[in-house]
Design a protein around this ligand. Sequence first.
Ligand SMILES: *Cc1c(COP(=O)(O)O)cnc(C)c1O
Length: 356
Amino acid sequence: MLDIKTTKTTTPKELPDKDDPLKFGTIFTDHMFIMDYEEGKGWHDARIIPYQPISLEPSAMVFHYGQEMFEGLKAYKTEDGRILLFRPHMNAKRTNNTCRRLCIPEIPEEDFVQAIKELVKIDKAWIPTKEGTSLYIRPFIIATDPFLGVRPSHTYKFMIILSPVGPYYPEGLNPVKIWIEDEYVRAVKGGIGEAKAGGNYVASLKAQIKAYEEGYSQVLWLDGVHRKYIEEVGAMNIFFKINNVVVTPKLNGSILPGVTRDSVIKMCNHWGIKVEERLISIDEVYNAHKDGLLEEVFGTGTAAVISPVGHLRWENHIMQVEDGGIGPLSQKLYNTLTGIQLGKIEDVYNWTVEVE
Ligand SMILES: *Cc1c(COP(=O)(O)O)cnc(C)c1O
């Protein structure tokens, strides 16, 4: 149990207009959580303070060698005014898996969830309620030792900031166009692909720009060794429905284990839909499409929840899925998952956690 000291802002910001589209990650609430780590002392000085810039030495290790991790989850306001988090203990566990890989000190799971709850409670007026909106929660840890040698830092800051966000696709659940990348790779087994770290994102920018320039919105990564097996998309895991079976790449060490991915697998199992977690090659997807068996493709992640894929490009081949529309399974998964998150559908899985 953390002892969190709270200093409330004396100059609260104006809440966004209820018709503001809340462009992802652009608006921040009145408060932030911050806690420090020092070797020998552990995590200490947990506090909630007004949202503000932080001051760091230019020599702080995070700026030079990228010792940094982050998480992403959401809080939702239900119609009867309750505040729900979606599987926050999964994010707490994943934080510690990431921390172990990046030599960052771990945070007790209960402390992680408590810090989120208390911060969300203080800024609860910022949780938007319009269809498709939510409060995005961004916990992160940075290495702060003022030192240019290469080793794990002895000091860190753990922070949480909050951002009200609109629907990921303001025009509704629109299929995205995906570029299958065969030149650059995101991660390899043994690297940090399964950790939620900024370093994975800097490695992805070059291909993302290339995809944008070609008119595509996301990159689908192939494995770094054979350039053959499918890994994931940008900040989403990927699923294929082929001839009535749902297939997703297995967690092989270079793929981020998504909370949404896990939830989709559990829902499909619950509904009696066959799911396979295994290696899946781009040739298999291509052949399934050629044979008319590629029924649906969708990405899964906290930001967009379910993101139908309508068009894939691999080398000079273009694969059009579902005539570029949304498949029935993608739609059902989206409706059920968002229904549970908003407290509109019974949560038979016990996934939501109430902030009281
Ligand atoms: C966060 C993330 C995901 C999705 O994970 P969720 O827990 O479902 O939000 C997928 N891939 C990458 C690379 C990510 O960083």
